[in-house]
Structures are given as C-alpha cells and as structure tokens.
Design a protein around this ligand. Structure first.
Ligand code: NAG
Ligand code: NAG
Ligand code: NAG
Length: 311
C-alpha cells in the first residue's frame, strides 16, 4: 500500500542546473583530494581515514530524496502513504480520506495564470510586508502581514479609496481554486459538492530576512490538520521556481525512512491529505524570494468559507 510511487514524467527541459548542495559536496571532495596529493605515505592513511569518515557522515546524515524536481515536468506524480488514524472518529464519510497520498501536478494550472496570480500577490503584498522573512495575504479575510502584526488590506484600501484588485484578479483566483478542487475531488474520489474551501487560504512570500515573530517561522515541522484544525486536504500552487527565483525553500515531507522533497516551480500544484501521514516543513529560503498560494479544503460544511468576491 504505502510508499508506492507512480509518476508520469515528461522529458526534462534543457539547461539543467545542478543543485547547490551537490555542487558544494563535489567541491569539498576535490579540495580534500587535492590537499591529500602533497602528503607523505604515512599521513595519506590519515587522509584516507578522513575521507572514509567523511563518506560515512554523508551517508548517515539523513537521506533527502527528491520526490519531484524543479527540472522536470510531471503531469501527475503520486506517492501513496498509509493514512494516519486522524480521520477515524470523523463523520464526513464521502469526503474524508480513504486513501492518503501526495500528488504533484504540472500543467493543471497554466503558467500564464500562475504568473498572473504572482502579480496579484505582489501588488497586494506591496501594501504590507512582515518585518521578518515571511508575509501572507489572505484575499478572503483581507489579512495582510505588516510589521509584526496583521492588518486588513480591504479596510486600508477602502480608507484610502484605492482600487487595487480587479474583477479579473478574482476571476483568475476562483478559476484556479476550482481546478485544484476538482483535481483533489477526482484524485480521492470525493463528490465535488462535499469538499469545501476553508481557511486560511492565502498567498505567501518568503525571503531570507531573519524571523521577527513566530509567524515568520515557516520551517518548523508540522501537521496541517493539527495546526489549522479544519484542513482535510492541503494544496499549494507555486508561483516561483526553485533554483531560479530562489534557493532553499524546498517543501519537505518527513518520513521514517527518509525525507522527500517537492521543489517548487511556477504553476506546479502539490496537494496531499492534511493528517499526520504528511508531516512537513518548508526549508529556510537561502537566497531570493519564494511565492506560493496555500489553498485549503475541508470536509466539514461548518468550516466552509465563501469565495472572495469583487465588490
Ligand atoms: C503501509 O501499510 C502496509 C500494511 O500494513 C505496510 O506493509 C507498509 O509497509 C506500510 N507502508 C509505509 C510506507 O509505512
Ligand atoms: C527529516 O527531517 C527531520 C527534520 O529536519 C529530521 O529531524 C530527520 O532526521 C530527517 N529524517 C531523515 C531520515 O533524514
Ligand atoms: C524581505 O521582505 C521584507 C518585507 O516583508 C523586506 O522588508 C526585506 O527587505 C526583504 N528582505 C530581502 C533580503 O529581500
């Protein structure tokens, strides 16, 4: 059951960059070997010993496996996991996970729509911005990070009589949300009218500025169902690409055997069941700025939120 990987991969686009981590590793090796050349036979043994220790440390350091790389295009990559017991006592029979998994889909959302939403995120976030490295904008509630707190962007815009968001902004947002909702319903066999949008659903922007408050600390391992209560299915739409607009910032699932990463990429959708079968965190951004949208779904009609609307 668990750990099955089913992936439909298309050919890689040209011009791969190797991961920084790999490059750094190779560099260390070269240095180690070069330094070794000038040593006497006796100390060569010490050198070889050092290499063996180094190799041992690399191998036991904890395995990080790339589930889906930014360099590939996957129409649908699926990694099945055994469901946790988190859903057992719940009702919502038609909606709650019967099967648990992580799914990555490129091509579900067009790059044009993702790029459009990136601009919506940028123009909204321009009115706020956390003092730390993580800012959010929630188009439903209007919550926007500003300094060490959250303000309401709609109140702010109204007060200053600014017409920032257009009808098209909300249309693209809704169209995108609908496509992801249908993809989740289809993947997990849920009647579409039993799966509801829930909160928080928000844009996020992460950079290398040091955290100032707990809200800036996105890199702690967590379970969405615990953190947010209402979530049954979490989805992420990436608006920038790992290795291009930023480094670090990979999405990491924590598993007993090894951790598995999803590398963000413009228009890539990643979704998964929100229980403790999918403990995860986002690695600290090392360079640049990372943008994404978190779109969350619940099986509980009482936790449903309505679409944000242009009015
Ligand atoms: C999932 O459960 C099955 C049956 O109990 C077990 O054989 C398998 O190893 C489990 N998979 C994982 C990834 O834990
Ligand atoms: C996975 O990541 C967690 C959190 O960073 C870490 O504690 C754990 O050792 C990692 N697991 C493996 C198998 O590398
Ligand atoms: C990160 O974003 C904050 C706003 O949230 C900004 O003040 C800061 O200058 C940015 N840092 C970098 C390194 O771009």
């Amino acid at each position: 059951m668990g750990g099955k990987e089913k992936i439909t991969r298309l050919k890689k686009p040209p011009g791969h960059h190797h991961h920084d981590r790999h490059r750094r590793k190779k560099h260390n090796w070269t240095k180690l070997l070069q330094n070794n050349k000038s040593l006497t036979v006796g100390s060569s043994f010490v050198g070889v010993g050092a290499i063996l220790v180094y190799v041992y440390l690399q191998l036991t350091r904890g395995q990080l496996h790339t589930f889906v790389s930014a360099l590939e295009h996957v129409t649908r990559a699926v990694y099945d996991v055994n469901c946790s017991k988190d859903y057992e006592s719940e009702k919502f029979i038609e909606c709650k996970p019967k099967r648990c998994a992580r799914v990555v889909r490129d091509g579900l959302i067009s790059e044009a729509d993702a790029a459009y939403l990136l601009n919506v995120a940028k123009k909204g976030l321009a009115y706020g911005g956390s003092n730390g490295g993580a800012s959010i904008l929630d188009l439903h509630s209007g919550a926007l990070s500003k300094g060490d707190i959250f303000i309401n962007i709609y109140s702010l815009l109204k007060k200053d009589n600014i017409h920032l968001f257009t009808e098209e902004d909300f249309m693209v947002y809704k169209k995108t949300k609908d496509k992801i909702q249908h993809a989740i319903a289809e993947e997990f066999g849920i009647p579409i009218n039993k799966l509801y949008l829930t909160k928080p659903t928000f844009f996020s922007r992460m950079n290398t500025t040091e955290a100032q408050t707990i809200h800036d600390e996105y890199w702690h391992a967590h379970i969405d169902k615990e953190t947010y209560g209402s979530f049954h299915y979490t989805s992420l739409l990436y608006l920038t690409t790992y290795g291009q607009e930023f480094t670090g910032g990979r999405f990491i699932f924590i598993d007993p055997d090894k951790n598995r990463t999803v590398e963000p990429k413009l228009a890539r959708v990643s979704f998964f069941t929100s229980g403790s079968e999918n403990v995860h965190y986002v690695e600290k951004v090392e360079d640049g700025t990372r943008y994404a949208i978190t779109i969350s779904f619940t099986c509980d009609p009482e936790q449903a939120i309505s679409e944000p609307s242009f009015s």
